[in-house]
Design a protein around this ligand. Structure first.
Ligand code: 13P
Length: 343
């Protein structure tokens, strides 16, 4: 790990460079098939790489997108002019990353809870991904909330696995995105979300430290602290920002260079507004950035819908979302920005 210290810190810094964030385009083939079919597009290796190429070749996207998280299939595919995807991304000024977990599976003996798998053989897979050009990686743990959930066990096993993954990545010179996602499904209030997110982050950082992970060489990808999606009343943007940062100040070490939030099913506008509100509050030691999947991709995907005559307008929609989130990095996103695309 110390061998790669400088490279890890440099890459992590580039991932959360000023005004920039990550595009999460690492949907598994099953998830991507669902997303494509929802807009009437047949899912094939070609259609999957084609849509991803459409996004990343959006003119100007490199101004807000520092890196792209790929799935195992995509990192081995080529662009339409035959350039291997990681090299293609680097040519566009975006850092190639790779999702390396193999999914959240039911946790033995725990009803409704999951543990993320993928540690077996990970050292060898990381070596291969690094040769393919990956400079960072992602592992997503999911923590479900509900009656009596999460259990201490679910938090503990996921935190342990995240740290084992992170240590292996750093050994290979790859920056680990550490993603403990507390799911916002359910009808819990924001206080409960804050408590569970806090329990989870405390456990994750304890494991990272115990396992010798260099905190300066990771990127944290957490959920924002929100009320459960089933609640009719949602907290204000300001309250989400206050509670999220209030908690993070207590549990996320200042050595961590950046926090890239996931969007987790929030609307495009709220994902931008809440990130912007946090950056406007400021006074924190980390970069506050984004690593959005749905909040960057869903609108352009619907706009494209497999119709090549819509490719340019889909790119315009993507550029708009990237710009909104780029502005949110500076605390400057406003609802008025949403009108500028329509105009
Ligand atoms: P969402 O922004 O759609 O939650 O996806 C981000 C991600 O990569 C989750 O692992």
């Amino acid at each position: 790990m110390t061998e790669h210290r400088q490279a890890l810190e440099t890459t992590a810094g580039e991932m959360v460079a000023e005004g920039k964030g990550l595009l999460a385009a690492d949907e598994s083939n099953a998830t991507m098939t669902k997303r494509l079919e929802e807009v009437g597009v047949e899912s094939t290796p070609e259609s999957r790489v084609h849509f991803r190429e459409l996004l990343v070749t959006t003119p100007g996207a490199g101004e807000q997108i520092s890196g792209v998280i790929l799935y195992d299939e995509t990192i081995r595919q080529s662009s339409s002019d035959g350039v291997l995807f990681p090299e293609f991304l680097s040519g566009l000024g975006m850092i190639p990353g790779i999702k390396v977990d193999t999914g959240a599976k039911p946790l033995a003996g725990a009803s409704g809870e999951k543990v993320t798998e993928g540690l077996d053989g990970l050292r060898d897979r990381l070596e291969e991904y690094r040769e393919l050009g990956a400079r960072f990686s992602k592992w997503r743990a999911v923590i479900a909330m509900g009656d009596g959930l999460p259990s201490r066990r679910a938090i503990a096993v996921n935190a342990h696995a995240l740290a084992r993954y992170a240590a292996l990545c750093q050994e290979a010179g790859i920056v680990p995105i550490v993603e403990p996602e507390v799911l916002m499904d359910g009808d819990h209030d924001i206080e409960r979300a804050q408590e569970v997110t806090g329990d989870t982050l405390r456990a994750v950082f304890a494991e990272l430290v115990d396992q010798g992970v260099l905190l300066e060489g990771i990127v944290l990808k957490p959920n924002m602290v929100l009320a459960g999606y089933d609640r009719s009343e949602q907290p204000t943007v300001e309250e989400v920002a206050q509670r999220t940062l209030g908690l993070f100040r207590r549990v996320v070490p200042a050595a961590v260079p950046g926090i890239t939030f996931l969007s987790g099913g929030q609307t495009d506008e709220l994902a931008s507004a809440r990130l912007s509100a946090m950056n406007a509050l400021g006074g924190v030691p980390w970069e506050l950035s984004f690593s959005y999947g749905r909040a960057l991709q869903a609108t352009p995907l619907a706009e494209w819908g497999g119709d090549e005559s819509k490719a340019e307008s889909a790119q315009a929609v993507f550029a708009h979302r990237a710009r909104c989130n780029g502005e949110a990095r500076h605390g400057r996103y406003t609802e008025d920005m949403e009108q500028s695309l329509a105009a």
